[in-house]
Design a protein around this ligand. Structure first.
Ligand code: ADP
Ligand code: ZN
Ligand code: ZN
Length: 816
């Protein structure tokens, strides 16, 4: 008897055993996918962990349905890494598998397969099987895996589907809505009948009186003689200094023909610049120190102030790893930042760069997956957000984690709730690769690891090219309001500085962190604030749509004309977000061009890029935005940054609030004055004497670090304690309360460490589910694996209690 042990893409911690033939036993390798039946009539794409001969004792093994791969598509290192993630972050291996794979590689029996819209298909280029599937889709809009099995009358249909996906003809269900179009490039060629010499003279004769048309035909000849490759319409128009109307006329006369070629989806036409990047002395020193630290340590922190030129140091290091034939992974906290970076890196590495993130569609992700697995030259450097960590690297040498302090590196939902920085360090260890963490404002945890010499530490205190750090000025809001020096939310100081910047044609960034401080509607008579019906939050006012909206569940209602509680019509708006700032800006600076960057304006695949581009191209003078602005963007013409209100960040109920406020303000300030002229920053606050604000003003990272570290020790938080947060949810308030008290008591009796709770979080109900949290603080010197085992055991017994079974518990290890 022969068996395979597989992982299913479901939230299941167990692996499952299926039956295979002897031939299959010799064929199947660890890391291949097989389709298996599971549950009632369901098929899943499972991943092979091992082949063996141990008959399962608890159940009768079913047979696998089919083998999908000819070789492994997941590596052994990946499997070890995923197992580490499952165990460290206390989640099911199935969760990791499902989260790690592009869904294009995880087809299920329910997956709908349909034809991509607006794609021209050359039928003669399809194989017989491919044609049958394609033909079937001309009669119905979608097919299931089972349908295709019936049509082709064979079991192993996946390769056919995959080929059709690769040819950009089919899509899987989740992207039917997606508007991504392959890039088609338009070319022209001369009608064949004019190719000969006699044809040519005939043509010149025909065009004797059509000057412009003749010119473009002449240009065509020149180009085809010199370039010896297909000529694009664009190139021809440029060369002949002509227009598309004239080409159109020639096509109508059947002198030219146009045709289309699909550009490789992620192709890059440019060539890497040969010119060499010259590091400054400070950069060169840092570079040498990093390499020296890599001789002894696997991880190094590069702590360099904003605009110190960290990216160039990464580039130099990447260059060296590429020369030794290694793969490089470059992690960014935010998908939106990739475009800028990709542009920058492509001038050095040209076609060797691949990009991987969740806004890419399935085809693109599967493409990169395969390139990485094949160690293709097209994916020597992979740039991506946290999920790029799961790619099948075969020869990884170096990982850069840029802006390592960013909390977006921690996945909140769904499981696996991993921290990409920490998981990257483990991955690097498995590959014997090196990790460089970069930041102007490192997280306390990372700096602590550097101080205690677990990581190397390299610092750059100066900006590149003698650019000075910005001059930061504090504006006391209490005083300004008292002396009536405010226009809306703008102090006279800020208005003066904006006026100056605009008069010099310089650009301005205004930062408004909306978190916990959104505009609401309040009744002036009774004080009532409209609440979401399903969540325990006030509805947020969106002026543009004249709507109230819940940011937690998406519930919306039209803005009320009167109070629902007392019927008064005396309603006012309170609080302010980016939208209101922009409105005020328009009335104070009517001739300035303003733009806004927040979650509402950056939706869609290229939403963010559009705004960044128009700001870079100076189509926007003043950009108002949320923390999205704080993340490593490089603008050369911004001379002023205004922080509208520093206080709402400081007083967020979170043990990291001061650290985060420091990071956020320092990072936003860092967008100012990135060229010769010293930049200016205005921080408006009610608390100009607050330690954190003072630390931002003089760029005192160490001061912030030491003060916060002291608090963390006293109050038992990271880096001295590891935090595990348990979140319990249920629609029944009393049941939840009872369950969470039970769980809390058992935890605190059995764990010899601080357990806090059960706490009602600030937002204690979302989508009609009540929420309670329990915090477990594990001292740094306690073995964590044993503690987790105990926690898991207690959770198992919790689940075994009948009346608690319906309570959902999620586990967040290293809660951020
Ligand atoms: P950081 O990532 O540390 O904030 P950047 O890498 O974005 O800083 O560099 C800041 C600016 O200085 C960028 O515009 C970059 O192009 C420029 N710069 C940095 N180092 C060099 C160098 N060695 N040669 C030329 N320009 C550089
Ligand atoms: Zn009222
Ligand atoms: Zn809601």
């Amino acid at each position: 008897m022969y068996f395979v042990e597989v992982i299913l893409p479901l939230s299941l911690a167990k692996t499952f055993t299926y039956c295979i033939s002897e031939a299959e036993f010799h064929y199947i390798k660890k890391g291949m996918r097989v389709v298996v039946p599971f549950g009632k009539n369901k098929m899943y794409t499972a991943l092979v962990l091992e082949v063996h001969q141990n008959k399962p004792t608890l159940y009768e093994a079913k047979e696998i349905h089919q083998i999908l791969d000819e070789k492994n598509i997941v590596t052994e290192i990946q499997l070890s890494h995923w197992q580490w993630i499952a165990s460290y972050y206390m989640c099911a291996i199935g969760d990791v598998y499902r989260g790690a794979m592009p869904s294009g590689l995880l087809m299920e029996s329910e997956t709908l397969i349909s034809q991509k819209q607006d794609v021209f298909v050359v039928e003669s280029q399809l194989s017989d099987d491919e044609f049958l599937v394609f033909e079937a889709l001309q009669y119905q809009s979608s097919l299931k895996v089972q349908d295709i099995i019936a049509i082709l009358n064979k079991k192993n249909i996946f390769p056919v589907i995959q080929k059709l996906i690769d040819k950009n003809i089919l899509v899987l269900q989740e992207e039917i809505q997606e508007s991504y179009k392959p890039k088609l490039v338009r070319y022209v060629r001369l009608n064949a009948k004019y190719e000969s010499n006699s044809g040519l003279s005939e043509l010149i004769e025909t065009l004797k009186s059509a000057n412009k048309q003749r010119e473009i035909v002449m240009s065509y000849f020149q180009l085809s003689a010199s370039e010896k490759k297909p000529i694009t319409v664009k190139k021809l128009i440029e060369t002949a200094n002509s227009s598309s109307a004239i080409i159109k006329a020639l096509i109508e006369k059947e002198i030219f023909e146009d045709y289309f070629i699909q550009e490789d989806r992620m192709n890059f036409e440019g060539i890497a610049q040969e010119e060499h990047l010259q590091l400054s002395d400070a950069q060169q020193n840092a570079f040498d120190e990093i390499k020296e630290s890599f001789n002894q340590k696997e991880v190094c922190l590069l702590h360099g102030v904003t605009s110190s030129g960290k990216t160039e140091i990464y580039i130099k290091l990447i260059e060296e790893y590429l020369e030794t034939g290694k793969q490089v992974l470059y992690l960014l906290p935010e998908i939106a930042l990739t475009t800028q970076l990709v542009g920058r890196l492509r001038t050095y590495f040209g076609n060797k760069i691949a990009v991987f993130h969740s806004k890419y569609n399935n085809n693109e992700r599967v493409e990169v997956w395969n390139q990485v697995l094949d160690n293709s030259s097209k994916a020597q450097v992979v740039i991506g957000a946290r999920s790029a960590l799961f790619l099948p690297f075969v020869n990884l040498g170096f990982i850069v984690v840029d802006e390592e302090h960013e909390q977006t590196f921690k996945q909140v939902d769904p499981a696996p709730r991993y921290h990409a920085r920490d998981a990257a360090i483990v991955l690097a260890h498995l590959h014997q690769a090196k990790v460089l963490l970069g930041s102007a404002t490192p997280s306390l945890e990372t700096y602590f690891n550097a101080q205690t010499e677990k990581y190397g530490l390299v610092e750059i205190a100066k900006r590149f090219g003698n650019v000075r750090m910005p001059d930061i000025e504090l504006v006391d809001l209490k005083d300004k309001y008292f002396r009536k020096k405010m226009t809306g939310h703008f102090s006279d100081t800020l208005i003066n500085e904006i006026t100056t910047a605009l008069s010099l044609n310089e650009q301005v960034i205004l930062f408004q962190n909306r978190r916990g401080y959104s505009p609401i509607i309040e009744c002036m008579t009774c004080g009532n604030v409209p609440q979401c019906q399903q969540c325990d939050v006030s509805l947020t006012y969106h002026k543009h749509k004249n709507q109230l909206r819940c940011h937690y569940c998406g519930y919306t209602m039209a803005k009320p004309t009167h109070c629902h509680s007392c019927s008064s019509v005396d309603l006012t708006t309170k609080g302010f977000g980016t939208e209101q700032i922009e409105q005020e800006l328009i009335s104070v600076f009517p001739s300035a061009k303003t733009g806004r960057m927040d979650q509402d304006t950056t939706r869609g695949k290229f939403g963010f890029e559009k705004i960044i581009d128009s700001f870079k191209n100076r189509e926007i003078d003043i950009l108002v935005g949320t923390q999205m602005l704080a993340k490593g963007l490089d603008f050369d013409n911004v001379s002023l940054v205004g922080i509208m209100n520093a206080d709402n960040m400081l007083y967020h109920p979170d043990f990291r609030a001061f650290e985060r406020s420091f990071q956020m303000m320092t990072q936003v300030s860092g967008r100012s004055g990135r060229s010769e002229k010293q930049g200016k920053v205005i921080i408006q606050t009610y608390n100009p004497n607050h330690n954190t604000i003072q630390q931002v003003t003089v760029n005192d990272y160490l001061g912030m670090y030491n003060e916060q570290l002291y608090d963390r020790k006293i109050y038992k938080y990271p880096p001295y304690f590891r935090i595990i947060k348990l979140t319990l949810k249920h629609r029944d308030f009393d049941k939840l309360k009872e369950g969470s008290i039970w769980l809390y008591q058992v935890m605190s009796q059995n764990l010899n460490m601080p357990v806090l709770g059960p706490e009602e979080p600030a937002i204690s109900r979302i989508r009609n589910e009540y929420i309670r949290t329990i915090l477990i603080k594990i001292p740094q010197n306690t073995p964590i694996a044993g503690t987790k085992k105990t926690i898991q055991k207690i959770l198992n017994s919790f689940e075994a209690v009948a009346q608690f079974r319906a309570i959902k518990v999620t586990i967040n290890v290293d809660f951020y």
